[in-house]
Design a binder for this molecule. Structure first.
Ligand code: ADP
Ligand code: ASP
Ligand code: MG
Length: 410
């Protein structure tokens, strides 16, 4: 397995896994069992438990729309605490360890605060730690710009820190320790019939993560595919096998659907009664693109008297800015008005087998219809179909689709 790759172990422990001092000690115990097996060990940690949520709530209490630079400054503190505590817990067991913040390596990112992308990593200090027999504990989620500003990689971004380090160290794989023992056919907290997958392709995992399955940060899967780093998702609470995220093989090709997922983080905006003439769509969407707002689904209905209704979804976090921009354009082009609906959810099915099997979409729509769930919007790609529905029915929709595609059976 390590042919041509270094024998460096990269492990990442998520928030629940380092949620208390007891759990941090337990993680130190697990790391101790790997100590003799590698040329070097890097452990990436998330903030303890719900610390990032707590910090976000503090920032909202202080300022309704804080400067993203200050937000990053605040959020990055969570991982500073957990990395130092883990280094201390390792030392307590007699294992040499040193914690590192991003700027100390550094992990250089672009300057998109709260959603920064990693551009470059310097691993020299990690290699020095290995030479000195130290476990290197790295604070996940954070980066630093070339100008010296602290950034964060987006919620769940410690996974990405870990995979990026694994790639930079030329490790064969990256272990992600979390509170579930692998990637399931749907969130096991939503449906107990969810089945653990022994492996899943980068492509399917990227879609699942991008469409809401928070078990992995979607950027980390993208990086893993690009740099050919396999990911092993495992539980830090048991020694079960886990799930491999890797290149597609014949067995995976045979699977019609790999999983069902959902996301509640988007809002539907409708611009009503837009004059139906060339150039209007660009008038609406160019300002949103210029503001860096990611528009997901779009539909346009041609209605009465040469007027159209344009409906699209944006991330909840961007709603205020999007509404401001859209209302301005609506007024300029003489549209009838702007409505929005936050009580929506997107449910999606993902699977490589969709490429060669017609009829998947109709099976999905039938299953939702049979459960009395109305579909508001639809979008498809080669290996996924997403439907926007009333948020009240999210979990029901996940269960119904899981049953319709028989995902409990391997
Ligand atoms: P961590 O803090 O370790 O990064 P997360 O909370 O980010 O953990 O991710 C793990 C959670 O992802 C699980 O508790 C589970 O509820 C959720 N999850 C969502 N979809 C899936 C899926 N398809 N398979 C496994 N877990 C999933
Ligand atoms: N602590 C950050 C978050 O909660 C990053 C992570 O856990 O991966 O989003
Ligand atoms: Mg996570």
């Amino acid at each position: 397995m390590n042919q041509g790759k270094s024998k460096v172990i990269v492990q990442k422990y998520g928030g629940t896994s380092v949620g208390t001092v007891e759990r941090i000690k337990h993680v130190a115990h697990r790391i101790a069992t790997y100590k003799e097996k590698a040329e070097g060990i890097v452990v990436v940690v998330s903030a303890m438990g719900k610390e990032t949520d707590r910090l976000l709530a503090l920032s909202r209490e202080t300022n309704a729309s804080p400067d993203p630079r200050e937000q990053d400054m605040l959020l990055a503190s969570g991982e500073q605490v957990s990395s130092a505590l883990l280094a201390m817990a390792l030392a307590e067991r007699g294992i040499k360890a040193r914690s590192y913040l991003s700027f100390q390596l550094p992990i250089i990112t672009n300057n998109r605060h709260t959603a920064a992308l990693i551009k470059e990593i310097n691993v020299e200090r990690l290699l020095r730690s290995f030479q000195q027999g130290e476990v290197a504990v790295v604070a996940g989620f954070q980066g630093i710009t070339a100008e010296g500003e602290i950034t964060t990689l987006g919620r769940g971004g410690s996974d990405t820190t870990a995979v990026a380090l694994a790639a930079a160290l030329n490790a064969d794989f990256c272990e992600i320790y979390t509170d579930v023992d692998g990637v399931y056919t749907c969130d096991p907290q939503v449906y107990k019939k969810a089945r653990k997958l022994s492996k899943i392709s980068y492509e399917s995992m990227m879609e699942l993560a991008g469409l809401g399955a928070k078990v992995l940060h979607n950027r980390c899967v993208e990086l893993a595919r690009k740099y050919n780093v396999k990911i092993l998702v495992r539980s830090s609470f048991n020694y079960e096998e886990g799930t491999w995220v890797c290149g597609e093989d014949e067995e995976m090709e045979g699977e019609l659907i790999s999983g069902v997922t959902f996301s509640r983080g988007e809002t539907k905006i409708s611009v009503m009664g837009v004059p139906d003439k060339p150039g209007i769509a660009s008038r609406i969407f160019i300002p949103l693109a210029d503001m860096g707002i990611n528009v997901d689904m779009i539909i346009q209905n041609i209605g009465r008297q040469n007027a159209a209704d344009v409906t699209f979804t944006v991330p909840d976090d961007d709603l205020d800015r999007a509404l401001q921009a859209v209302k301005k354009v609506a007024e300029e082009v003489g549209a009838e008005g702007v409505h929005y609906d936050q009580n929506i959810a997107k449910v999606s099915i993902v699977g490589g087998g969709m490429r060669s099997n017609p009829g998947v979409a109709s099976r999905m729509f039938q299953a939702l219809a049979a459960a009395g769930i109305n579909i508001m919007m639809i979008s498809t790609s080669e290996i996924k179909i997403s439907c926007v529905i009333d948020a009240r029915y999210t979990e029901l929709a996940v269960r119904v689709l899981h049953d319709a595609f028989g995902l409990h059976k391997s």
